[in-house]
Design a protein around this ligand. Structure first.
Ligand SMILES: Nc1ncnc2c1ncn2[C@@H]1O[C@H](COP(=O)(O)OP(=O)(O)OP(=O)(O)O)[C@@H](O)[C@H]1O
Length: 341
């Protein structure tokens, strides 16, 4: 089912200044987010997921960051807006949920006041209306005794409850787009599923589009409609969630999937992806960026300048190396070896 596009990311390049040079952490990324769609961005730490999200929110310091390309949101290029114009959109039309509720919340302000602050800027409501709406939001995000919680300070709440407050702030103005950057990383495992369940339920009720950044593929399987797999600043595979889990193509996607313990892989050996994502100033800028991590696949199997190609409707993959990729079965790392592909 084709969805109307809400945000069209076109040729986005986000570069950070290191010394005298700029290095792209997000490199020529194009991706459309549909209305009422959950798109997961996955990849190891350092692949550029947060850099992409923060550029949509306009939160990179301009003196150290160069942003190129276009971010069409409801027909407006966010990158052409002044700070004042952007302020009218972020927090209202686009909400963001950050990783750590402790740093996202002001410890000196009551929960109620913090939620109301997000409304002050965008909505014209009387004090009584704001309070009513805030208590309604606290109830909506599952905080017990919302009338009392309204007067509490963040430190009086558990981590899970604090993250619910962060979510309440993000949805206070009913944004069309919600960006959730690792929203459960800082929480206990038992609480993570509850928060994800809440996000999914809110998305269903409000029909908000969501960009969900995570490296938890279990969460992706539960939540996402489509998945963009990022490696070293580039999207290497993009497809709907079913295709990513059942017909993954790119060696990086396959390696990520093979590296998580699951019901199927439990009895098999887990794959350990060799090496690490290189630091920004050492990223390979030509050829297949994943090539150094799959050294057993010959150089001639990679494209010189790999492009994303649509190999079945809606399923995009970068570089021809996927056609030749296999998991070697003669290597063992730290007692954990490679499973068969
Ligand atoms: N302000 C900055 N200045 C310089 N380099 C940066 C800056 N922010 C991020 N980077 C670098 O850009 C690359 C991408 O970082 P980013 O935080 O977007 O990755 P990520 O995929 O979101 O990782 P994580 O899951 O750890 O948040 C990394 O190499 C990181 O070190």
């Amino acid at each position: 089912m084709a969805k109307q596009t809400l945000l069209e990311i076109e040729g986005l390049r986000v570069s950070f200044r290191i010394g005298d040079d700029y290095y792209a952490a997000v490199d020529d990324v194009s991706l459309a987010i549909g209305e009422n769609e959950i798109v997961a961005l996955v990849g190891e730490s350092g692949c550029g997921k947060s850099a992409l999200a923060l550029s949509i929110m306009g939160l990179h310091p301009p003196e150290k960051t160069k942003i190129e390309g276009r971010l069409h949101f409801k027909g407006t290029n966010l990158l052409s807006l002044s700070v004042a114009e952007l302020n009218r959109i972020r927090g209202k039309e686009i909400g963001m949920i950050f990783q750590d509720p402790l740093t996202a919340l002001n410890p000196l302000m009551t929960v109620g006041r913090q939620i109301e602050e997000s409304m002050d800027y965008h909505l014209r409501l009387s004090a009584a209306e704001k309070k009513k709406r805030t208590i309604g939001l606290l109830r909506k995000v599952g905080i017990p005794e919302p009338e009392k919680a309204y007067y509490r300070y963040p430190h009086e709440l558990s981590g899970g409850m604090r993250q619910r407050v962060v979510i309440a702030i993000a949805i206070a103005c009913e944004p069309a787009l919600l960006i959730a950057d690792e929203p459960t990383t800082a929480l206990d495992v038992t609480i993570q599923a509850q928060i994800m369940g809440l996000l999914k339920e809110l998305q269903r009720q409000m029909k908000t589009s969501v960009i969900l950044i995570t490296h938890d593929l279990g969460v992706v399987a539960e939540m996402a409609d489509r998945v963009a797999v990022m490696y070293a600043g580039e999207i290497v595979e993009l497809a709907d969630v079913d295709a990513i889990f059942h017909r993954p193509l790119h060696p990086y996607t396959r390696s990520l999937l093979q590296s998580i313990p699951s019901a199927q892989t439990k009895k098999e050996r887990l794959h350990v992806i060799q090496g690490i994502v290189p630091p920004l100033h050492k990223l390979p800028r030509h050829g297949c960026r994943f090539q150094p991590r799959i050294g057993w696949i010959g150089a001639d199997k990679h494209e010189e300048e790999p492009k994303l190609r649509e190999v079945e409707p809606g399923h995009w993959v970068r570089c021809t190396c996927y056609e030749h990729f296999y998991f070697p079965d003669d290597q063992t790392v730290g007692g954990i070896g490679y499973g068969a592909s």
